[in-house]
Design a protein around this ligand. Structure first.
Ligand code: IMP
Length: 468
């Protein structure tokens, strides 16, 4: 008889920002531990319960469940200063965190020079400037002669004098190399050192902690950061993040044996979007849209500007796909949460979903923004467009080719299903959904070969239809 607890992994299937947090919100109550296994402060989501709202980047969700343990695994890269800020914000809302947050001693520290490096070199791929790439690069580099490149949380605390000097050397060299003005290495390193020590009480010293908890019957929920298309190996490199974002990474970066895996949940968004550059096969307006959204580093067409310039309902009637995408962006609010920069918009790509569901063994698929598909009824298009195959140089394929240049060349093969006109945002039960919506869910399941277990029908927590 099994007595150990269960382990569940949640991932995003597209380019990030699918709304994983809101899906988790409804599921977490059945778990004892919520853990991060990849990434760092580049992730972000806002949690809201009642009037209390908290933006988290590194600390796992689950903060509103007062007895939930929060674990940051060895696969993460940790910025101590930002962890402190998040803890302060959490405490300022009257929530207790001190005895339930644990950060793996194996987790890599983001050093001051990582932030500087990202600032100087990260622009092309639209990095979030959190030093994520440089930190993972140093982790893989390990050492340059005797100079240690990777500094782990546990190592720093155990031998602070050595590692403080390592961090100082790396920063000093970078400042000199790039002729950086207005950055005082000594002051930066002093601050870094103090910040690492300010979070020392959260150190998880014991690599078997999670394993022991599971064996004692506790349930763990692994919360993926970013999404599968941003995976450093199988995503659209170089426009990706620097960690592995696939479901299996939960176990390598979350410090648990795969033996306990029970199921994989995945989240997608019915109106696809992506920030930053890189191939996006189903994008409305293709490369013109990519260039438009990148103008002025993304700031030329921020939310207020697009609203001041255009009427979204008029844009939807256009024959130009770029304009349709713009109208959909406006009506569905697809702008950067903090920067307000426009996100690129695309049709729901079932080739991508199918591949990512299969590669990640998805047991339950959740699709957010389903209500937004209603806007297609106001467009010049003959229905809701769904990408069902790719055309690569005249050949029909049902997978994403394993090269960036081919992904730039492929054309989407689109099928249209009848567009529903009704607003479904008030519906909470599957049986009450219009027949067109039920048929659409079946269509998606047939192509993706995964069960759709829930759809989001609005931004509020309760605007959700559970299907299985
Ligand atoms: P980095 O992870 O900061 O190095 O950024 C690399 C790429 O991943 C950039 O295109 C970012 O916009 C993207 N990215 C990183 N984190 C997220 C996320 O949480 N959501 C969406 N895109 C992200």
């Amino acid at each position: 008889m099994t007595t150990h607890g269960k382990s569940t992994v949640l991932i995003g299937l597209q380019y990030g920002d699918e709304g994983k947090a809101r899906v988790m919100d409804t599921l977490l109550k059945n778990y004892d531990i919520v853990a991060r296994f990849n990434g760092g402060a580049n992730a972000g989501h806002t949690l809201k319960v009642g009037d209390v709202e908290i933006a988290l980047h590194q600390i796992p969700s689950g903060i509103f469940y007062k007895d939930m343990m929060l674990y940051v695994g060895s696969g993460c890269v940790v910025n101590p200063e930002k962890v402190i800020r998040e803890i302060e914000e959490i405490q300022s809302k009257g929530l207790e965190i001190s005895k339930r947050l644990f950060i793996s001693g194996y987790a890599t520290l983001i050093q001051p020079h990582h932030l500087l490096f990202d600032e100087i070199y990260g622009k092309h791929i639209g990095s979030t400037k959190n030093g994520i790439g440089p930190a993972y690069a140093d982790r893989a580099m390990r050492a340059k002669h005797k100079e240690i490149k990777n500094i782990r949380f546990g190592d720093y605390l155990a031998d602070p004098d050595t590692f403080k000097e390592m961090a100082r050397n790396a920063l000093t060299k970078m400042i000199e190399k790039h002729g950086v003005k207005n950055l005082d290495a000594d002051a930066e390193i002093k601050k870094f050192h103090e910040n690492v020590f300010a979070i020392k009480d959260y150190l998880c010293h014991d690599p078997l902690m999670i394993e022991n908890l599971i064996r004692s019957g506790k349930n763990i929920f692994f919360e993926g950061a970013q999404s599968v298309m941003l995976d450093v190996v199988t995503g659209m490199t170089p426009f990706v993040t620097s960690s592995r974002t696939i479901a299996a990474a939960a176990y390598t970066g979350g410090d648990l044996s795969i033996r306990y895996h029970e199921k994989t949940l995945a989240v997608a968004k019915a109106i696809m979007s992506r920030v930053g550059n890189g191939p996006f096969v189903s994008e409305f307006g293709g490369e013109r849209s990519e260039a438009y959204c990148a103008e002025g580093d993304g700031f030329d067409h921020v939310k207020e500007k697009e609203y001041a310039d255009s009427n979204p309902e008029e844009l939807l009637k256009s024959d130009d796909k770029l304009e349709i995408g713009k109208g959909l962006r406006m009506l569905t609010g697809e702008y950067g949460a903090t920067t307000k920069r426009p996100r690129r918009i695309g049709m729901l790509d079932l080739v991508m979903l199918r591949q990512n569901c299969k590669l990640n063994g998805v047991d339950e698929l959740y699709i957010n923004k389903f209500d937004c598909l209603m806007h297609y009824s106001k467009t010049s298009l003959p229905g809701i467009p769904l990408v069902v195959a790719y055309d690569l140089d005249g050949k029909k394929i049902n997978y994403m080719p394993a090269s960036v240049s081919e992904n730039r060349r492929v054309k989407p093969v689109v099928e249209y299903v009848p567009a529903f006109k009704n607003d479904i945002s008030g519906i909470r039960n599957y049986d009450d959904l219009p027949q067109e919506v039920k048929d659409l869910i079946k269509f998606i399941e047939k192509h993706v070969e995964s069960k759709v277990c829930g759809i989001g029908v609005g931004p509020e927590r309760e605007q959700f239809v559970t299907i299985c």
